[in-house]
Ligand binder design. Structure first.
Ligand code: SRM
Ligand code: SF4
Length: 580
């Protein structure tokens, strides 16, 4: 990330003096002493006695997009048998804007079948995750990705994560410009990481040629940092949940620039009231040619002033609330060397996807396929993984992953449409998009059995829960209503549940907090309505509100707005008020 350093100098020179290095938290010390993220990873991978890596290497490998996990479905049984947990790894690909070629798709498919339990997962930030990869297969997986010009650098860790970008079903010229900038932002913000090339590609370490990372230094960011580009009127990337969001403003001559929003984030911890979800604030407008400079300025402010003592409050949203938005904005402008212009008008109308065939400005065709919870696998009667392998073999174009965990097959020639339809039909997918408005707008995080932080089911529970709620909606004539439902297995909020009209976050097996009143296009936080409740209580509560909604809603009134107007939950105006 050399450009940032040119603009702002090395990290230690500008770091907030109130946080001297010797008083930093343990994760900061680990990063600082990790030999630029090498740690003992090479040795950990060679150790055949265990399927795991060392505790410190687990943390360092996150910066390289790799998480150690174990199969939680069988952990009790293995403990009883005095066996070590069934260790395996999650590998997250870096894929700006969720775009990959057919050739890349075929390689991802091949690796998933060889090492990843014959499944791939589309994430809520538009990339692929492999699960179930054994330690001995990690290197082959990463090298296989490299053959397809893909990597996993900074897909996790305290750095700039995968950059999101709207998927516009008509793929306009404006969209092409914005997507190009999102890709540039991803390349710009990615840390220079020689350790990755040495560990995974067997590159020789060159003596004396290894200075610390020019922007991130030894201690990287205080916490993860998320960037996204959105093109109104869709808010598919949920721009207000990004640390730094760019809202594209078009004009008669194409892209004029971006409104800038800062300080979004979902994660919180139950019982820890100092943690809360927060929506990003709009701070102004910049011309399109200034977006990399904005990334430099905003990230360096968080790098230098983010909390490095308490990781639970190390995200940018807390830096903003602690220092004050005006102070942060002034600091950003000082680093930019010019003031931001006044924000331009814009409007969002939804954060969902448009399904089926659409035709773009250039006459090419695009197909959006509903993929429940983003899970790509083969099941009896519905062989999705096989279908997409056939599509990728036929269609030498591009595939796009949406922020709602769905899939777009893009730039299809008119003559190939029939063949793609036939492939989908042959694999049991011809009616995949024929779903209720609720199901088409539902997202669930991975949760059990792989996520180590899950307290309850999410992905595996979503289909059954949705069916039960659908029955209630159908009874009230609301089966087509596009209500947003987000399910997370814990309060971290990986499905962005705190902006959903109906949000559920796991508390314990079978128990969830129920949140209501989020904005239909991601513009408002919701509010807790039931705490630690089981399915029966949740469905009873929702049935009562849905019946009232069917009777008394105003024309076009979204369910979340109704929940507030009818007094079921109060409106939350600021993240700080979320827990009160
Ligand atoms: Fe997430 C941690 C999965 C998007 C907030 N997230 C995790 C881990 C890595 C668990 C862990 O730390 O051990 C999960 C791995 C589960 C597994 O088995 O795969 C995990 N997060 C995911 C994914 C795969 C959910 C999904 O089903 O798609 C998403 C991957 C995105 C990607 O491609 O990069 C994912 N996570 C998000 C989002 C949504 C977003 O960014 O748009 C959020 C909320 C936004 C935010 O960051 O505030 C999110 N994940 C978290 C947090 C809470 C962070 C916080 O500030 O408190 C954690 C826990 C942590 O970092 O300590 C977490
Ligand atoms: Fe895991 Fe919690 Fe994220 Fe779900 S929300 S993937 S349970 S960390």
């Amino acid at each position: 990330m050399a450009n940032l350093t040119e603009a702002h100098g090395p990290t230690d020179r500008s770091r907030d003096v109130s946080q001297p290095l010797e008083r930093l938290g343990p994760d900061e010390t680990l990063k600082a002493n990790s030999d630029q993220l090498r740690g003992g990873i090479v040795l950990s991978l060679l150790d055949r006695i265990t399927g795991a890596v060392s505790e410190s290497d687990i943390k360092l490998m996150k910066f390289q997009g790799i998480y150690q996990q174990d199969d939680r479905d069988i952990c009790d049984e293995r403990r009883r048998q005095k066996l070590e947990p069934a260790y395996q790894f999650m590998v997250r690909v870096r894929l700006a804007g969720g775009v990959c070629s057919s050739e890349q798709w075929l390689k991802l498919d091949e690796l998933a079948r060889a090492y990843g339990g014959e499944t791939l997962r589309i994430t809520t930030r538009q990339t692929f995750q492999f699960h179930w990869i054994l330690k001995r297969d990690l290197k082959s997986t990463i090298q296989g990705l490299h053959e397809a010009l893909l990597d996993t650098i900074a897909a996790c860790g305290d750095d700039a994560r995968g950059v999101m970008c709207s998927v516009n079903p008509s793929l306009s010229a404006l969209h092409a410009r914005v997507y190009a900038l999102a890709t540039q932002a991803s390349d710009h913000a990615i840390p220079r990481m020689p350790a990755y090339h040495e560990i995974w590609y067997d590159k020789q370490r060159v003596a004396g040629s290894d200075p610390e990372e020019p922007f991130y230094g030894k201690t990287y960011m205080p916490r993860k940092f998320k960037i996204g580009y959105v093109i109104p009127p869709t808010n598919d990337i949920d721009v207000y949940t990004q640390d730094l969001g760019f809202i594209a403003i078009g004009g008669p001559d194409g892209l004029e620039g971006f409104n800038i929003v800062i300080g979004g984030g979902m994660g919180r911890t139950d019982q820890a009231h100092a943690t809360y979800p927060r929506l990003a604030d709009l701070i102004g407008f910049v011309r399109a040619d200034k977006t990399m400079a904005v990334i430099d300025a905003v990230m360096s402010v968080q790098r230098d002033f983010g909390d490095r003592l308490d990781r639970s409050r190390a995200r940018f949203k807390y830096t903003i609330d602690d220092k004050g938005l005006d102070w942060i904005k002034a600091e950003i402008e000082a680093r930019l060397g010019f003031p931001l212009q006044a924000a331009r008008p814009y409007e969002f109308t939804s954060n969902g996807d448009t399904f089926g065939w659409t035709r773009g400005e250039d006459g090419r065709h695009h197909y959006t396929l509903f993929v429940e919870s983003g899970r790509l696998d083969n099941r009896p009667g519905r062989t999705l993984l096989d279908a997409l392998r056939e599509v990728a073999s036929l269609h030498r174009g591009w595939m796009r992953l949406t922020p709602n965990q769905n899939l777009m097959i893009t730039n299809v020639a008119a003559r190939d449409r029939t063949e793609i339809d036939a492939i989908l039909e042959a694999h049991g997918l011809s009616s995949a998009n024929h779903q209720s408005g609720l199901r088409l707008n539902a997202i669930a995080c991975v949760a059990l059995p792989t996520c180590g932080l899950a307290m309850a089911e999410a992905e595996r529970y979503l289909p059954a829960f949705t069916s039960k709620l659908e029955a209630i909606l159908t009874a009230h004539g609301l089966q087509a209503e596009p209500i947003t439902l987000r399910l997370s297995g814990c309060p971290n909020g990986c499905s962005r549940p705190y902006i959903a009209e109906i949000g559920l976050t796991g508390r314990a097996p079978g128990k969830y907090n129920l949140y209501l009143g989020g904005g239909f296009h991601g513009q408002r936080l919701n509010k807790m309505d039931l705490e630690n409740a089981g399915e029966t209580a949740i469905l009873e509560r929702l049935e009562a509100i849905i019946a009232h909604y069917a009777e008394d809603r105003l024309a076009g009134e979204p369910f979340g707005d109704f929940a507030i107007r009818a007094g079921y939950v109060p409106e939350v105006r600021a993240g700080r008020d979320f827990n009160t």
